[in-house]
Ligand binder design. Structure first.
Ligand code: SME
Length: 164
């Protein structure tokens, strides 16, 4: 069993140390559920300001995002495409950083204590197959550093979490 080993103080340095460890954790596994589950666990245990982290995956039969592996409190099971931060990031095919969720029209409160959020779409073979969603109980938790590193992570592991 591998361990996640981080010795860092800045978020940038945590991401720099963590991302290769997640890639290595997933390297020999082909099961997408196991890979998503370990990815969210590794992220959650490395960042104290993450209150919730999880995947929402596109269900083409219903044109909705459906809850995937996550760490945190129970959450909304389904989100219509175009709704909330997740459905908007999916539709626009780009990441959204929300410093104050009260200022995002249509934000969906799964956790009433959530204050800020980042959502990163998962691009694979020309399609968006879902999103990674991260919440925080503090305002302004996410910035360009989170966006750049989470996009890099999702880009490098997309093939390990995509349907076969
Ligand atoms: N806040 C999200 C919904 C998912 S929960 O935060 C886990 C949204 O507005 O899409």
């Amino acid at each position: 069993m591998e361990q996640i080993d981080i010795a860092a103080s800045s978020k940038e340095e945590i991401y720099r140390q963590l991302l290769p460890q997640i890639e290595s954790l997933l390297a020999d596994e082909t099961d997408r559920i196991a890979n998503m589950a370990n990815t969210v666990a590794a992220l959650r245990q490395s960042f104290p300001y993450y209150s919730w982290v999880g995947f929402y995956l596109f269900d083409a039969t219903k044109n909705e995002l459906v809850l995937g592996p996550f760490q945190g409190k129970i959450a909304c099971t389904r989100i219509a495409v175009g709704r909330g931060v997740c459905g908007t990031a999916f539709n626009e095919r780009k990441s959204i950083v929300v410093p104050d969720v009260n200022q995002f029209p249509g934000h969906i409160f799964c956790d009433g204590d959530s204050k800020s959020e980042i959502v990163v779409p998962i691009h694979w073979n020309g399609s968006v197959i879902g999103v990674l969603d991260v919440d925080s109980h503090a305002y302004n938790s996410f910035d360009e550093t989170d966006r750049i590193f989470l996009e890099s992570l999702i880009g490098s592991i997309a093939g390990k979490i995509a349907p076969l």
